[in-house]
Ligand binder design. Structure first.
Ligand code: NAD
Length: 492
């Protein structure tokens, strides 16, 4: 089954098949991919990979490994730059497909998210080149630390940022010399498929990038169980990470996991209250389907009323609608099952005695409430142990709590099992340093949000993840580090 099968999505022709060894390959069965913008619209029947698909993809990656690993860092970098150039030439097309497939705002995709794919690739092409092997003398030997390419890397991504995360994860793997098998999420598989076409256009050698489509528990599980896989880089839920971690442990394979979050957004009385309230209402962007979102608003008691008044004003300005329209600020949720999950959290909160302060139901769009939009929702929990405080909702649902002292605020911030991100608003430099250090999270932003330096470490504490990506951290992960020791004066 190697003839390509393609569908028209927006203005683009997109393959519905796997991309293995530089060829389009099918599977006996398929799964449906629908658009969150209008669930009655079926975008594609996508190949549903199985154990054979996984084995073929790993084989193709393994076959490509020696030649890819043998290239110099600069030569691999040239390939990544070419792929980045091809991405840049196709930004509008990719944005249109991603918007129909997972409904992130099209303008944001076009201006920020899709170009970031090219930035990710260029960043790693150039960053890998800057690496200098550590060399030092000790105990009569010359010591040198060498990065050896590790082998085929499996990359598994979630549905909420398919393009950004695929490119963020495959760039360091490829730069380090590892061929990749990418498995996108089954709810938003199309932009990853486009990567296959772009890789062809960029002349990436066959087998260096392989893309398999399908269900996590099927082809995903088969991939991570394959003993020929040398690295597993996963982004998704803690639940799936537990299964993948078991498979990685069986084969003793290094595994990174970027998982869910329940970030605090802390506002101190000395903060710019308007800026903090605006940013808090901005946590509804992308309908809250953002792992890094500050979903627990924690405000110092003395500024509670001022904060809430401004927060509601900014939240009221959100416009749910078609993500392709420039006036829309809130996209629909990805899938009816996800809408039911988000609504279930809110219903259970109500039943448990938490107070729904705003929102709390399916949103009205064009006079109807039968779409996948959910109202920007704010809940005052009855206690800090409430499910709505302790578990990631991954929708436009925020909680609101107050604190009397900095210590109490920090204790609340650190009171969930997650630790991905935190946001702090204060104008005190001392407090910024103190609280920034005290909040247990992989990334803490003070008076800003989502600003990233791609060389900085990125990851989570607690059930938010294992390992770090970004800069050298991801290159080290994708390499086997070797210490080479040569007895001094023993060689010419
Ligand atoms: P998910 O865990 O259900 O699925 C993620 C991916 O894993 C999908 O491709 C899925 O097919 C695959 N998968 C599922 N079970 C598998 C298994 N047993 N073996 C192999 N693969 C398997 O997550 P999701 O619902 O797609 O994404 C939402 C989650 O991702 C949220 O928790 C969110 O916070 C998290 N996320 C984290 C980050 C981060 O950087 N930390 C970024 C984005 C999303």
């Amino acid at each position: 089954m190697s003839d390509d099968r393609r569908v028209e999505v927006g203005g683009s022709s997109v393959s519905t098949l796997h991309y293995i060894g530089g060829r389009r390959v099918g599977s006996p069965s398929s799964f449906e991919d629908r658009s969150p913008l209008d669930w009655s619209v079926k975008l594609a029947d996508v190949a549903r990979g199985d154990a054979d698909t996984a084995a073929a993809a790993v084989e193709a990656a393994q076959a490509a490994f020696p030649a890819w690993a043998a290239l110099t860092t600069a030569e691999r970098g040239e390939h990544l730059h070419r792929l980045a150039d091809v991405i840049d030439a196709n930004i509008d097309r990719i944005a249109e497909v991603e918007c129909l497939d997972m409904a992130m705002l099209q303008e944001s995709l076009r201006s920020r998210v899709i170009p970031r794919g090219a930035v990710n690739l260029r960043n790693y092409a150039d960053h890998a080149l800057k690496h200098e092997e550590r060399v030092w003398s000790s105990k009569g030997t010359a010591n040198r630390v060498i990065r050896m390419p590790a082998g085929p890397a499996v990359i598994i991504t979630p549905w909420n940022a398919p393009w950004m995360l695929a490119t963020w994860k495959l760039a360091p793997a490829l730069a380090a010399g590892n061929p990749v098998i990418l498995k996108p999420a089954e709810w938003s598989p199309l932009s990853a498929s486009m990567l296959g076409d772009l890789a062809d256009e960029a002349g990436l050698p066959p087998g260096v990038l392989n893309i398999v489509q399908g269900i996590g528990e099927e082809v995903g599980a088969a991939l991570v169980a394959d003993p020929r896989v040398a690295r597993i880089s996963f982004t998704g839920s803690p639940e799936a990470a537990r299964h993948i971690g078991v498979a990685a442990a069986r084969n003793i394979v290094p595994f990174t996991a970027e998982l869910g979050g329940k970030g605090p957004l802390m506002v101190f009385a000395d903060a710019d209250i308007d800026a903090s309230a605006k940013k808090a209402a901005g946590q509804y962007d992308d309908s809250g389907q953002v792992c890094l979102a500050g979903t627990r608003i924690l405000v110092e008691e003395s500024v509670r009323d001022e904060f809430l008044e401004r927060f509601h004003r900014y939240s009221d300005a959100h416009v749910p609608g078609d993500s392709r329209e420039p006036t829309t600020t809130m996209s629909p949720l990805i899938h009816p099952d996800h809408l039911a999950s988000v609504d279930g959290f809110v219903r259970r909160a109500r039943d448990a005695g938490d107070r729904v302060v705003r929102g709390g139901r399916v949103a009205e769009v064009d006079g109807r409430r039968d779409g996948l939009w959910y109202e920007p929702t704010l809940i005052e929990p009855a206690s800090n142990d409430a499910e709505i405080v302790q578990r990631e909702v991954f929708g436009p649902v925020l909680t609101f709590q107050t604190f009397a002292t900095e210590e109490e605020g920090v204790a609340l911030a650190n009171s969930t099992p997650y630790g991905l991100s935190g946001i702090v608003y204060t104008t005190s430099r001392e407090r910024a340093e103190r609280v920034g250090r005290a909040v247990r999270a992989g990334t803490v932003w003070v008076n800003t949000f989502l600003v990233r330096d791609l060389t900085a470490p990125f990851g989570g504490c607690g059930i938010s993840g294992i390992g770090r990506e970004g800069g050298d951290y991801a290159l080290d992960f994708h390499s086997d580090l070797k210490t080479l020791q040569i007895l001094e004066d023993s060689t010419g």
